[in-house]
Design a protein around this ligand. Sequence first.
Ligand code: SF4
Ligand code: SF4
Ligand code: FES
Length: 247
Amino acid sequence: MSNTIRLKIRRKDSPQSDSYWEEFEIPHKPSMNVISALVEIARNPVNAEGKTTRPVVWESSCLEEVCGACSMIINGKARQACSALIEQLEQPIVLEPFSKFPCIRDLRVDRTQMFDALKRVKAWVPLDGTHDLGPGPRQAEKDQLVSYDLSRCMTCGCCLEVCPQVSEHSDFIGAAAVSQVRLFNMHPTGAMNKHERLDALMGPGGLADCGNAQNCVKACPKEIPLTTSIAEVGRELTKRMVEKIFG
Ligand code: SF4
Ligand code: SF4
Ligand code: FES
């Protein structure tokens, strides 16, 4: 590897402004990832033409692929910047913000729609006060294993970014929230609100809008079985609709 790294970054100065490309050349250090390359640019914001520029804006937190905050498009693939090692990327390394979320500035997007989707499906187990209720119901080990896989979702947005049904013209809730419905409906206590969660997936923007393209499951960095969740929740939804029609 040469002793410099070349990056090409899609930039945007404000939510309203047009985006433009800017290139950077920074010194290569061992074991760098995309976040450390962005830190290097922030430390010395000079572009490849030698002109001082505005430091690039991005978001990150955990730095260990757990929070999802640093998600962006890296060389055409939706993934996390903190786990993208420079040594493994072709150069120039092309960085772009997600296209399915409003861009706040440069590589930083607003993922509020994902958190609103979790609220819409009540992706939690409600608490009945803080008094001691004794041990809760037990969950079979096979269900615990499935739940663990589903609980690894970090609301990163990769599954929405690649989904052809998610766009500014659609209200489709996306695979992540559907999978969380499966998770909380499987929970022995969470199942009390099962019908409310299923009802939230009926109608416009609900599960019927999924076109079954299966891009989501391939893009999920946590390997969550999203299409299995979609099929499973789809079956529950059909039963719920029949119940509602015939009482
Ligand atoms: S199966 Fe296809 S349409 Fe459905 S959520 Fe996944 S990517 Fe989107
Ligand atoms: S389901 Fe996977 S791709 Fe989608 S938000 Fe969760 S972790 Fe990210
Ligand atoms: S900083 Fe949390 S996933 Fe990258």
